[in-house]
Design a protein around this ligand. Structure first.
Ligand code: 5PN
Ligand code: ZN
Ligand code: ZN
Length: 268
């Protein structure tokens, strides 16, 4: 049996004001933060959790987030560093559909796709304050059409090859690869817990906690659908990490990210 390995695919960086990263707390000022995707190599196959942001989309719709992304930091580029191509990934899971987590979905028409059962409907019919978050709709023909944004779609994208299996609750994707339901930031947000043969588990908070400080202070980002649920999800993540003796890894924490293994280095 091959042991599970986790690779972090560096997806470049973006900028937000500190009051968006730390809602009602700040301090204000530009914060540059990383974006990355998580590739799990498991005996049952390759699972990719999230697909980063699309540079052209951000420049067109959110240029004030000042994207920096090299060729190696695109999804095909990051996979190529590992000698892989998009077609080598069998399953794509989206933690949620904010633009910085689904921008590379377009490279995976062949893959099985999984998300929370409420995330596609929400992206298709989001709250007014969620429009910027759910602005890259290239992951779903259904959502793009519902939002009157079919012009975003790439050639070859069809309803069939952008359909998701909808899930709910905590589920084990494959042995030791667990999706942990952490709603609040978005309606059906998932965090990820990965267990290994010979190292402690890793709990990826994803956007339930942008940074270590977010979790320590129970301070969520200003982008959310339900802040009370968001606090409950942060408490759930903390307890789960304690119960499993897991290492916590945060989605958008530059200070910690620079210490993470990326490129050809891996966890496992
Ligand atoms: C990075 C970033 N920027 C803006 C938004 C938003 O409006 O909802 C989520 C989000 C982001 O993750
Ligand atoms: Zn998000
Ligand atoms: Zn995010």
């Amino acid at each position: 049996m091959t042991d599970t390995k986790v690779y972090l695919l560096d997806g470049g960086s973006l900028v937000l004001d500190g009051y968006h990263v730390y809602w009602n707390r700040g301090p204000g000022g530009e914060v540059r933060f990383p974006v990355y995707s998580i590739l799990v190599e498991h005996k049952d196959g390759r699972f990719l959790i999230d697909t980063g942001y699309d540079y052209d989309h951000v420049m067109k719709v959110l240029p004030f987030e000042k994207p920096i992304q090299s060729k190696d930091q695109t999804i095909p580029g990051a996979l190529a560093l590992l000698g892989l191509e998009p077609k080598d990934v069998g399953v794509v899971v989206n933690s949620h559909f904010h633009f910085d987590h689904c921008g590379g979905n377009k490279y995976f028409p062949h893959a099985k796709k999984i998300c929370h059962r409420l995330e596609v409907p929400q992206a298709a019919n989001c709250q007014p304050f969620e429009h910027l978050g759910y602005s890259d709709l290239t992951f779903s023909v259904e959502a793009a059409e519902a939002r009157g944004q079919a012009e975003q779609l790439k050639s070859g994208q069809t309803k069939a090859n952008t359909t998701f299996e909808g899930i709910d609750g905590d589920i084990e994707l494959a042995k030791g690869v667990k999706l942990i339901l952490t709603p609040g930031h978005s309606i059906g947000h998932y965090s990820l817990l990965v267990e290994f043969g010979s190292r402690k588990p890793i709990l990826f908070t994803i956007d339930a906690a942008y940074t270590q400080k977010s979790l320590e202070t129970l301070c969520q980002a200003s982008f959310h659908i339900d802040p009370v649920a968001g606090v409950a999800s942060m408490r759930k993540v903390k307890k789960l990490a304690e119960d499993h003796g897991a290492e916590l890894m945060y989605s958008h924490d530059m200070e910690n990210f620079v210490t993470y293994q990326t490129g050809t280095k891996f966890y496992g």
